[in-house]
Design a protein around this ligand. Structure first.
Ligand code: ZN
Length: 273
C-alpha cells in the first residue's frame, strides 16, 4: 500500500495533513536540496514537462501533434521521396514551436548541477537542445530520441545545418542530400520505427548504474525503453526523486515525489537563479 506522505503537491487521492503552502513548499524543497547535497553522483532524466515550461508543446499530450498526424515511419521515409517531402513539410511547420524557445529555470538548475560537478550526465527524452542552450556541454547530454535542431546524413553521419535545407525545400521542394557522400539527410531525431541510438542507450545505462541519486524531471515515464532507466537506478540502490505534474507508474517506488512545476522546484532546491 502506498503511503501518502511521500506525495507532495497536488495528489489526486491522498489527503495531506493541513499545512500552509509556504511551510509545505519549504520542507519539500529542503528535503530535495538535502538529498542532492548528500548525493555523490546525480543523474537528471528529463522529459517533455521541463520544456513545456519554455512553451514547447508536449507532442504526446492529448492535443499534441501525434493525435493530429499519422506518424511517418522510418522505413517509409527511406523508401519514398513523397514520405520524405511530407516529413520536411511537417518539420517546417512544427519548428515554429521550437524556434526561439529559450531554456527556463529548470534547465538552468540542471546546468548548475553539471557546473558544480554533481551531475556528470543529463539523460533526456527531449529533442529541443535546451539543456545545451542552458550551458550543459554537448558530451554530457545523452539524447535518447535525438535532436531536432540539426540534421544528419544517414550514411556517413555528417552533421548538416537545418536553415539551408529548409530554405531549399521551401523554395522548390528540393530534398536534402549529403554534401559529402550524397546520402539521405534527415533531422537528427529518432523516428517511429527507427532503432534507438545504441551509443546513447549504453551511456545512459552506464550513468544510471553509476549514480546514487536519480532525479526524473518532467517525464510521465510511459515511453519505453527510455522510461526503464529510473527503475534500473532504484533497483541498483540509488535514491529516486520524481518531479512531474502528474503521477507516474513509478511513484510508488520513489523516495520523493513532487507533483509540481519543474523550474520553481528544482531552481529553489539547487539555489540557482
Ligand atoms: Zn554523408
Amino acid at each position: 500500500m502506498q503511503s501518502c506522505d511521500r506525495f507532495i503537491g497536488a495528489p489526486k487521492s491522498c489527503k495531506l495533513p493541513a499545512m500552509n503552502d509556504i511551510g509545505s513548499d519549504r520542507s519539500v524543497i529542503a528535503e530535495l536540496s538535502r538529498m542532492i547535497q548528500l548525493a555523490r553522483r546525480v543523474v537528471v532524466f528529463t522529459g517533455a514537462g521541463i520544456s513545456t515550461e519554455s512553451g514547447i508543446p508536449d507532442f504526446r499530450s492529448p492535443n499534441g501533434i501525434w493525435t493530429k498526424y499519422t506518424p511517418i515511419y522510418f522505413q517509409d521515409f527511406m523508401a519514398s521521396a513523397d514520405a520524405r517531402r511530407e516529413t520536411w513539410r511537417r518539420k517546417i511547420l512544427f519548428d515554429k514551436d521550437l524556434d526561439g524557445a529559450r531554456p527556463n529555470r529548470g534547465h538552468r538548475a540542471v546546468a548548475e548541477l553539471v557546473r558544480r560537478g554533481k551531475t556528470q550526465a543529463v539523460i533526456t527524452q527531449n529533442v529541443d537542445g535546451l539543456h545545451q542552450s542552458a550551458g550543459v556541454p554537448d558530451e554530457q547530454v545523452i539524447e535518447l530520441h535525438g535532436n531536432a535542431t540539426y540534421a544528419t546524413c544517414l550514411v556517413c553521419a555528417t552533421r548538416h545545418d537545418l536553415a539551408p535545407i529548409k530554405a531549399a525545400f521551401a523554395a522548390d521542394g528540393t530534398l536534402p542530400h549529403c554534401r559529402f557522400c550524397g546520402g539521405i539527410v534527415k533531422t537528427a531525431t529518432v523516428s517511429f520505427g527507427q532503432p534507438m541510438p545504441e551509443d546513447a542507450m549504453r551511456r545512459a545505462q552506464d550513468e544510471t548504474l553509476a549514480c546514487d541519486l536519480f532525479i526524473v524531471a518532467g517525464s510521465s515515464l510511459v515511453v519505453f525503453p527510455a522510461a526503464g532507466f529510473p527503475a534500473l537506478a532504484k533497483e541498483n540502490g540509488a535514491r529516486l526523486v520524481i518531479i512531474n505534474r502528474d503521477r507516474t507508474e513509478l511513484d510508488a517506488a520513489a523516495d520523493l515525489v513532487l507533483n509540481r512545476e519543474i523550474g520553481p522546484t528544482l531552481g529553489a532546491a539547487v539555489a540557482a537563479d
